[in-house]
Design a protein around this ligand. Structure first.
Ligand SMILES: [Zn+2]
Length: 780
């Protein structure tokens, strides 16, 4: 109901109603204001990393070059390697030792990963869980030697998944050194014991499909953030790797097709003339060109050979190297133009991947390179490869392994199709985060997975506006955000200690960035700042503060409250539209106000006793005229006299023209009372609907909560009559409870199913005994 307010001109219209209640954070003796700056949470800016979030003038990073010979033993599923690692010490410090990562040691018989694996017998228990307990596969690295450039043995110490190599003399700043390594290991069966790398065995044709990674001792990152990043590889927190140049010779059975990080240097030797011709034709083709056909692959599958071939790859400025090899591979490719350069988008897959793979994989690779290049930096590498690998999605520079397998009859569900397209976008997207924008995955899963899932979302929608994206839209994170807080950690939590990995490290940061883009900064400011982050940190090692600071620095918007709420707490957003109150100015004109007052009086609700008394009896005043006076007989509080009119005219004559105009303006004032029981401060988006059917959207920055993050009121005015208000009408804030988002409250019918409980057929012991007896009788 509308109320009239006496108009006191001394009171400013934009009265700060916040000031009327004491904010929660003032009641405590520490500052818990949600808009205070991120001071203690962020590292102090320095010469290496500036307060603006950019690399500082003293920024450095190490370079590590690898020259390796690799042989794949397809008969015993082993990998043999030897090679030279050249380490360039670009740090200002002297180094007395080098740390390398021996990731395969996670799969050693006595690995700490196995020791800390927890478990309970559950009833029922999956065969897989029990099989894992029985598994005694020995997958650790066997190090044959570590030598210096002159062939002298170097002392080394293996600490589970890490290896320290002691240098004969310390490595000065600006100097480089080389070490020679020789090693081998047993390749794991991915389908039996899991893993990001390994093989899948196809019993129908007796062949293996290898997707090989973490296959060589890889140098750790050394920098001013962590010193040596040699936190053990437990299996979940991924990798931290320096950039360098790679030359890798990969020797495989001669009927295998190989795809790898880098550009192959000897296609002329390893391909047939016809294959080479198709490869060259693919560079300028509009769609994927088949280089090795399904028919060829099926022929290869049947034979097998003891002959060998060596494929030579070179990769410049990459942080890692991976490859895939199989005689089952079909191979297609197409050129994509990125910033005037041709990039080869390619796919390798067995016939089991078709028809999905030949239709989609390479096209999705090409689309992903273009979309990511638009939102980050131009894709800088010469190739981008998608390899079919059942049950995993895993990324490496220029090459990734992706699931998505149709049924044997070639049909597939929309789920399989969309998950396959989604994983290819995601893993190809990882080229940007973390392969180029090279964050420390061992420390922060969200820095690559969250950012990548965000751009994945944009890319999927550019592929198909109806794409059923799982992570990015605010509505998709609501279920997680409203969940039990004891099963939740802030995004800023180390990779090994995260509950609900997918929601915390992928979904929540991806959603946060999407909200930052759509609701907090707007697309233009966000895209500029995000691109600037990518540009600043491409081919470098960013830390979380570098992202937070760059986004603020380039957008010109203080986002500390946003990072604090979304990345440093487990708070959720629940805004509530508590009340809408409607006011009009009391004009003081008796001709206007008295009839309004009468109408309101007539319309007011009546008390039950008064209503019943009316029927029940006659009062003394009603019965006996002697009990009545002026107030019973003649007084009407809603009438006015010439005196009232004179007073009003005198009042008017004392007002200025402006004041008179305000008094006469026929404006409605609406006071909207809001609260935020969720605790996560967010912008307020209100949609007003008026009696004439028109709508109006008010977008209010989150700073409306800066004095009181629990309760605020705001005044709006309009000549129109308000009939409906919706809070967060476009599903932007991941508000977990929308039932308090409407005025007047909206009752939404929902449907529920009725069902009769159907008992499973079960024999009782008597029935069973009877049936057994009949069966025995039958044999008589
Ligand atoms: Zn990922």
């Amino acid at each position: 109901m509308k109320q009239t307010i006496p108009f006191i001109f001394a009171l400013a219209l934009n009265v700060d109603v916040n000031a009327q209640s004491v904010p929660a954070f003032q009641q405590q003796n520490i500052n818990t204001n949600k808009f205070r700056q991120l001071g203690q949470e962020l590292p102090t800016p320095n010469l290496y990393r500036t307060a603006s979030g950019a690399p500082g003038h003293a920024y450095y990073q190490q370079q590590v070059d690898y020259d390796m010979d690799i042989e794949l033993d397809d008969e015993h599923q082993r990998l043999y390697g030897s090679g030279t690692i050249t380490y360039h010490n670009n740090s200002p410090e002297e180094l007395t030792y080098l740390w390398l990562q021996l990731d395969q040691n996670m799969r050693a018989r006595e690995s700490d990963t196995r020791k800390i694996t927890t478990g309970e017998i559950s009833d029922p228990m999956g065969f897989g869980d029990l099989a894992r307990l029985h598994n005694d596969f020995d997958g650790g690295f066997k190090i044959d030697h570590v030598k210096d450039a002159s062939g002298n043995d170097l002392p080394y110490t293996i600490v589970n998944t890490m290896m320290r190599v002691d240098l004969p003399k310390s490595l000065k700043s600006g100097a480089k050194t080389s070490i020679e390594l020789k090693w081998w290991y047993n390749i794991n069966d991915r389908m039996e014991i899991g893993g990001r790398s390994g093989y899948e065995y196809f019993p129908q044709d007796g062949n293996h499909l290898y997707t090989i990674a973490q296959f060589f001792p890889r140098m750790c990152v050394y920098n001013e953030v962590e010193g040596w990043q040699h936190k053990q590889f437990w299996g979940r927190g991924e990798f931290a790797l320096p950039f360098g140049d790679y030359t890798v010779d990969i020797t495989v059975p001669s009927d295998h097709i190989v795809g790898a990080t880098g550009y192959c240097q000897n296609y002329g030797q390893v391909l047939t003339d016809a294959q080479l011709e198709e490869f060259n034709r693919a560079k300028n083709a509009d769609g994927p060109v088949i280089i090795v056909s399904q028919k060829e692959a099926e022929e290869n599958e049947k034979q097998g050979t003891s002959d060998k071939k060596t494929w030579t790859y070179k990769a410049t400025n990459v942080r890692d190297f991976a490859f895939a090899s199989s005689r089952k591979f079909i191979w297609d490719a197409m050129g994509v133009e990125i910033a005037g350069k041709k990039v080869m988008a390619m796919s390798y897959y067995p016939k089991e991947g078709n028809p999905l793979w030949e239709q989609y994989s390479t096209r999705v690779v090409a689309h992903t390179l273009k979309a990511y290049s638009k939102y980050t930096i131009d894709y800088p590498y010469p190739v981008a490869i998608s390899v079919h690998a059942k049950a995993i999605g895993m990324e490496y520079p220029m090459i990734c392994f992706n699931f998505g397998r149709p049924e044997k009859d070639g049909t597939y569900s929309p789920y399989v199709k969309h998950r396959m397209i989604g994983v290819i976008v995601h893993e190809v997207g990882h080229n940007f985060f973390p392969m180029i924008i090279n964050s420390d995955e061992r420390q922060w899963t969200w820095m690559d997975e969250g950012l990548n899932s965000f751009v994945e979302y944009l890319t999927e929608k550019e592929w198909d506006k109806d794409f059923p994206t799982r992570r990015g839209p605010p509505s998709k994170i609501v279920e997680y955000m409203e969940g039990d807080k004891s099963g939740m950690v802030p995004i800023m939590t180390n990779s090994e200690s995260i509950f609900q990995f997918g929601n915390n490290a992928y979904g929540k940061p991806a959603t946060a960035l999407n909200i930052l883009r759509e609701t907090v900064l707007g697309r233009e400011l966000f895209d500029y700042a995000f691109k600037e982050y990518a540009r600043r940190w491409a081919f470098k090692h960013p830390s979380p503060a570098d992202l937070f600071r760059t986004m603020e620095d380039a957008s010109g918007v203080d986002l500390d409250w946003f990072w604090r709420g979304w990345f440093y707490t487990t708070d959720h957003c629940d805004q509530s539209l508590d009340a809408v109150r409607w006011f009009q100015v009391d004009t003081r004109d008796p001709k206007t106000e008295k009839p309004i007052a009468r109408k309101q009086n007539d319309a007011s609700d009546q008390a039950i006793s008064d209503m019943r008394n009316e029927q029940a009896y006659q009062s003394m005043v009603e019965k006996d005229a002697a009990t009545r006076d002026f107030y019973n007989n003649a007084y009407d509080p809603f009438s006015w006299s010439v005196l009232d009119e004179e007073e009003f005219n005198r009042y008017i004559s004392e007002l200025s023209d402006n004041e008179q105009e305000l008094l006469r303006s026929d404006v409605n004032y609406y006071q909207v009372n809001l609260s935020s029981p969720g605790g996560l401060v967010m912008p307020v988006i209100l949609e007003f609907e008026y009696a004439d059917g028109s709508k109006e959207t008010h977008r209010i920055p989150a700073e409306i909560w800066k004095m009181n993050d629990r309760k605020v009121s705001k005044l709006f005015m309009s000549e129109k009559e308000l009939v409906r208000v919706a809070l967060d009408p476009f599903l932007e804030t991941a508000d977990i409870d929308r039932s308090n988002n409407y005025w007047p409250p909206k009752a939404e019918p929902s449907r529920f199913e009725l069902f009769k409980e159907q008992l499973p057929f079960e024999e009782n012991p008597m029935q069973r005994a009877k049936r057994a007896a009949e069966k025995v009788k039958g044999f008589d």
